[in-house]
Design a protein around this ligand. Structure first.
Ligand code: NDP
Length: 283
């Protein structure tokens, strides 16, 4: 079994982005820029935003934060998004989720210009993903795919099982696996006999948000196991959706939590910022 080290791979990606960001500055006279909108005081969200800012600094991507109070209204947020959409020096816009109650997150995400939608959640970008067309693609699913690529295992014809069907992770990662010619099964809370489905998986992507839901003994021997789940236990420790030790005993490759998909997602945000900037400016 080998550990898929997300921290190490994220560093490699940041180095690539740094080189490309330098070229971008030479060509356009300014760095690519990411604007993050964060509403309220959710501590986890503040950590995520700080991590993105750090990754930007390390790569020479300009990061701008719009830290807004909890009581900020929807109209004000829409106005800010429209202003950023219209600003030619803004390449990428990210609205940190979750938003306070009463704000329609779908409406805000749809207001972001699709060309600046670094998270790839705009319906146009999600539609293009399903249509197999070039577009900005969601960062966590991209992170999962890049980690799988690192194993060197060829995906065509492999059985891939995704646990979770959210728009943020489950559905888009399933689309990406399908694009790579895997035979994809998507599981969710109504799936019958999850263990039985997982036993067939050459590649497993777990994104249920349920601590150690997936038992190690369910895994097919030598499976690739990607654990997206981030679950904080009562004692403050983080755990994934997989029973790590037991899963590691059966898997050929496995991502740890923390240190797997998390740091890679942040690296993909920065990489997507550059993709957005290049695509927009070169038309
Ligand atoms: P959601 O809560 O939106 O979706 C969870 C999905 O898992 C749902 O489709 C749900 O099914 C399914 N599910 C829940 N319980 C079970 C179960 N017992 N059996 C089978 N399926 C189940 O979560 P997200 O997709 O947003 O996130 C998933 C996890 O990934 C979370 O832990 C989150 O913190 C983490 N995450 C990590 C990121 C990273 O960077 N590493 C980024 C984004 C998320 P149903 O649809 O039927 O309700």
């Amino acid at each position: 079994m080998e550990i898929l080290d997300g921290k190490k791979l994220a560093k490699k990606i940041r180095q690539q982005v740094k080189g490309e960001a330098t070229q971008f500055v030479e060509r356009w006279g300014r760095p690519p820029s990411l604007h993050v909108i964060l509403v309220g005081d959710d501590p986890a969200s503040h950590i995520y935003v700080r991590n993105k800012e750090r990754a930007c600094k390390k790569t020479g991507v300009a990061s701008h934060q719009h830290l807004l109070p909890q009581e900020t209204g929807q109209a004000e947020l829409l106005q800010l998004i429209r202003k950023l959409n219209a600003d030619n020096d803004v390449d990428a816009i990210l609205v940190q989720m979750p938003l306070p109650k009463g704000i329609d997150s779908g409406l805000l995400l749809s207001a972001i210009a699709p060309t600046k939608d670094v998270d790839g959640f705009h319906p146009i970008n999600l539609g293009k993903l399903y249509a197999g067309r070039a577009a900005l693609r969601p960062c966590t699913p991209l992170a999962c795919m890049r980690l799988i690529e690192e194993t060197g295992v060829e995906l065509p014809g492999k059985n891939a099982v995704v646990v979770g069907r959210s728009t943020v992770v489950g559905k888009p990662v399933a689309a990406l696996l399908l694009e790579q010619h895997a035979t994809v099964t998507i599981c969710h809370s109504r799936t019958r006999n999850l263990a039985h489905v997982i036993a067939e998986a050459d590649v497993l992507v777990a994104a249920a948000g349920s601590p150690e839901l997936i038992k190690g003994e369910w895994l097919k021997r030598d499976a690739i196991a990607i654990d997206v789940g981030i679950n904080r236990l009562e004692d403050g420790t983080l755990t994934g959706d997989l029973e790590f030790e037991a899963a590691a005993a059966r898997a050929s490759w496995i991502t740890p939590v923390p240190g797997g998909v998390g740091p890679m997602t942040v690296a993909m945000v920065v990489a997507n910022t550059l993709t957005a900037a290049n695509a927009r400016l070169t038309g």
